[in-house]
Design a protein around this ligand. Structure first.
Ligand code: 13P
Ligand code: ZN
Length: 270
């Protein structure tokens, strides 16, 4: 598929997807087919993407995502392993194009790999973030063990409580994840109910933790999405390590946090 392989900007983005898929596997966050990735590549592929013929019949999405009309995404395949996406994203995911009303998609390259079971959720999120005028390109979902463990404790099923606990473990967490983490109570994976609950949390956050399941990050850049989850995971590990050692971690004091916010001019949550 020379249209793709001869497009250096698109291939660079595919390499970054591979790089992050390898991190997810390496971190132990991607058991079997755990997690999925979608990236809006419309601008990278340009008009050529509109001319590419489809490999499959149009698949209805069951809703009209009008802001995504004609948009093109790379999406990991359902049941595919992140460690395999890392090796060869084109054999474990596909490029899809939405139709003119955003109500259906076709696979246009390179192989007819069926997209993630979370595709409808990913696309609802992409659509909504475009409507909110955000330059969002990436939806990244993975299963970080430490953060999921925290959702088995009722105290942490509250976005504010969890955010402040994680922020207070290391200064970098407050800096790298300035909007904190939203929490969504348990919903069945792959459902629109889960997508809608996630969208509510994405009004105030860029990262959303799903009770007893995993985490989802949105953003312009896939490496930044990974970094946000990685930093939250580091904080969760510090908290859990301290608890395992038999003490309650003190956390940064209010004075330390206030000084950090002032020094780096960090946003203060509503
Ligand atoms: P898929 O293999 O369908 O992408 O599902 C993985 C997953 O993590 C579901 O939440
Ligand atoms: Zn999942």
């Amino acid at each position: 598929m020379s249209v793709i392989r001869n497009n250096p900007a698109l291939m660079a983005e595919m390499n970054r997807i591979s790089e992050v898929a390898g991190y997810l596997w390496g971190k132990g966050w991607a058991e079997r087919n755990g997690g999925n990735i979608s990236v809006n590549i419309t601008d990278l592929i340009g008009d050529e993407g509109q001319r590419m013929s489809s490999l499959t019949r149009a698949q209805p999405l069951g809703r009209s995502l009008q802001s995504l009309a004609g948009h093109i995404f790379y999406v990991t395949g359902t049941g595919k392993r992140m460690r395999d996406v890392a090796q060869d994203p084109f054999s474990h995911g596909s490029l899809i194009r939405l139709n003119a009303c955003g109500g259906a998609y076709e696979i246009i390259a390179e192989k007819p790999i069926i997209p993630s079971s979370e595709l409808a959720s990913h696309l609802c999120i992409h659509n909504c973030l475009i409507e909110r005028n955000l330059d969002n390109k990436v939806v990244l979902h993975t299963h970080p063990t430490d953060l999921i463990a925290l959702t088995h404790c009722n105290d942490f099923l509250d976005s504010e409580a969890l955010t402040w606990k994680l922020w207070s473990m290391i200064p970098e967490c407050r800096m790298i994840v300035p909007k904190g983490v939203g929490v969504v109570p348990y919903e069945t994976p792959g459902t629109i109910a889960l997508a809608e609950a996630t969208l509510k949390q994405l009004v105030n956050h860029d990262v959303v933790l799903w009770e007893k399941h995993g985490i989802l990050a949105v953003g312009e850049d896939i490496i930044d999405c990974f970094d946000a989850i990685d930093t939250l995971s580091k904080s969760a590990q510090i908290y859990l390590n301290a608890k395992q050692a038999g003490f309650e971690p003190q956390g940064m004091t209010k004075k330390q946090m206030d000084e950090l916010v002032a020094a780096f001019d960090l946003p203060i949550p509503d």
